[in-house]
Design a protein around this ligand. Structure first.
Ligand code: FAD
Length: 495
């Protein structure tokens, strides 16, 4: 055991990196996420080479192309929020941005061995949905499961989100799922032996317009009917929960002390490791490239590492689901929409709840490490898969945040990134069967709230798949609802 530091900003030691490598995470992106190296003030400038050298000298060194630097990417230097806020947003066009520079070429990490030729269940997508489902299937006795993930774990929206978990939803189905998920999250660290830093500091929704006040009133009444203790507050009442913020212009607020924030990355590893321990094949850097069909079923899933004959296929590819579904002729209505998010330098704890202004789509919380992590939707963002980072986002976000907290103006933004919302026409997920392709099951379309739904949805879906008993969730949210005009509109959407 050595306490020698590889990353001085985040106190990451040689032993921690060795532990990560021993868990099988042998690429720079995964080591960064597993240990937190490179996420501090220097953004990897001091530690990137040291970690790469250490990985290169490990017992099974990866190919040199798996050891590329993940920087640079904006903000190139930590920059005060007041500087971002002073930019003229009208001069910053929507779309575009600097794409993430990965710390490897994907070919360098693709396993050489073919995938196993046969499995009962093939799950496409190694995000929170796919992994949570795989784990729940094992709890029902089904371990002949393969999870196919084209990148590293955490590559999709599940590794790029804000970690907010809340029961404050606009439909009974989502209220119940979120409540159950948060219960399961409470137990996750104990059950999975991994810390997920669940902090139940509450969610405070702020309304600045009459329309949003009415939305909060409607949803709070629904929450109370379903056992969620949401309270409607005046601006003065809200101020008691956030004494350091300026609530000028706020007309009302909704507050649920039982909501909170978790750390997403650890959740994925928790599920992935638990799956692997009981024999599930979690195949990273393995892309689905097609399907073989016969008699109204998928008979084989074709990957860039060989084909897998299977009984059931679950599409859990998040915002990539429409492109995967098109490979077997299924047309999905989901659209990917980029959402950007960022993190500041750490501050002493001052903010209890996750705060969101529903009018503008601004949200932010303070992490256990003290950083302010937050984002804001952009109504001008064009649809499409784009993981680029923009100055336009930092300018809009900083301006909106400084309205609530001018003294954060001198605080520096350290990191920004982006992920895809998986947006459906009614903002509700797509679950259940496909008409005309009997063994293709859907588990996607979770817009900007899939992380907090995953533990409960996966639990229900595994029970539904394993027992064959009907469950109204998988009928209510079927793909066919769009053609049949049975929309399930959800309006408590941030951003
Ligand atoms: C900025 C941002 C903030 C968010 N904040 C929150 C929040 O606070 N709370 C919350 O609950 N949710 C939040 N979300 C939403 C949440 O992250 C997602 O709903 C959730 O992670 C979706 O999980 P998933 O498994 O469906 O998709 P993903 O995590 O995207 O996983 C899908 C996986 O499929 C893989 N894949 C794609 N194509 C293929 C292929 N051909 N072959 C093999 N694999 C493939 C992808 O690489 C990807 O890893 C946020 C999202 C973003 C972008």
């Amino acid at each position: 055991m050595t306490k020698a530091l590889l990353c001085p900003c985040e106190d990451v030691t040689v032993t921690e990196v060795d532990h990560c490598i021993a868990q099988g995470y042998r690429d720079i992106e995964s080591i960064k996420r597993f240990t937190g190296f490179g996420t501090g003030m220097c953004q990897g400038k001091q530690c990137m080479n040291a970690v790469a050298r250490h990985l290169a000298s490990s017992a099974q060194p990866p190919k040199p192309e798996a050891l590329l630097a993940f920087t640079p990417r904006p903000p190139f230097v930590p920059t005060e929020m007041r500087q971002w806020a002073s930019l003229d947003v009208s001069q910053l066009a929507p779309g575009g941005g600097v794409p993430p520079a990965l710390g490897f070429t994907e070919a360098a990490l693709k396993p050489v061995a073919p995938v196993k030729p046969k499995a009962k269940v093939v799950i496409i997508g190694g995000g929170i949905m796919g992994l949570a489902l795989a784990w729940n299937l094992t709890q029902r006795g089904e371990t002949d499961v393969v999870v196919l993930e084209k990148g590293y774990l955490c590559a999709g929206a599940s590794g790029r989100n804000g970690g907010g978990v809340r029961m404050q939803w606009g439909t009974p189905s989502l209220i119940h799922l979120a409540r159950r998920s948060i219960d399961l999250m409470e137990r996750f660290a104990r059950d999975m032996k991994i810390n997920v830093w669940l902090r139940r500091g509450g969610y405070l929704f702020l309304a600045k317009s009459d329309a949003i006040v009415q939305r909060l009133e409607r949803s709070a009444a629904l929450h109370n009917q379903h056992g969620v203790p949401t309270q409607l507050l005046t601006a003065d009442g809200a101020q008691e929960h956030v004494p350091d913020l300026s609530l000028t212009g706020v007309k009302a607020a909704a507050w649920n002390p039982k909501d909170g924030v978790i750390f997403p990355w650890a959740f994925l590893w928790g599920y992935a490791q638990a799956c692997q321990k009981v024999g599930v094949a979690v195949e990273t850097f393995t892309k689905v490239v097609g399907f073989e069909l016969g008699q109204g079923r998928i008979t084989k899933v074709l990957t860039d590492r060989g084909e897998i004959a299977c009984d059931q296929v679950v599409l859990a590819a998040g915002a990539w689901s429409p492109s995967v579904a098109s490979l077997c002729g299924v047309d999905l209505p989901n659209e990917p929409h980029r959402h950007e998010i960022c993190s500041t330098e750490p501050l002493k704890p001052f903010l209890g709840p996750l705060v969101s202004v529903l009018d503008s789509g601004l949200y932010f919380s303070q992490s256990m490490r003290g950083e302010i992590v937050g984002g804001m939707g952009d109504p001008k963002e064009p649809a499409g898969m784009n993981l680029g980072s923009t100055s336009r986002f930092l300018a809009r976000y900083s301006r909106a945040l400084l309205e609530l907290s001018p003294r954060l103006g001198q605080v520096k933004i350290l990191r920004q990134w982006a992920g895809p919302y998986d947006v459906t026409p009614d903002n509700s997920p797509i679950l259940g069967r496909t008409k005309g392709l009997s063994n293709l099951l859907h588990l996607h379309g979770f817009v900007g709230h899939g992380f907090m739904m995953a533990p409960a949805v996966a639990e229900r879906m595994a029970a539904w798949m394993a027992t064959g008993q009907s469950d109204e969730l998988f009928e209510r949210f079927e793909l066919s609802r769009f053609a049949e005009g049975r929309l399930e509109r959800e309006d408590m959407i941030i951003g």
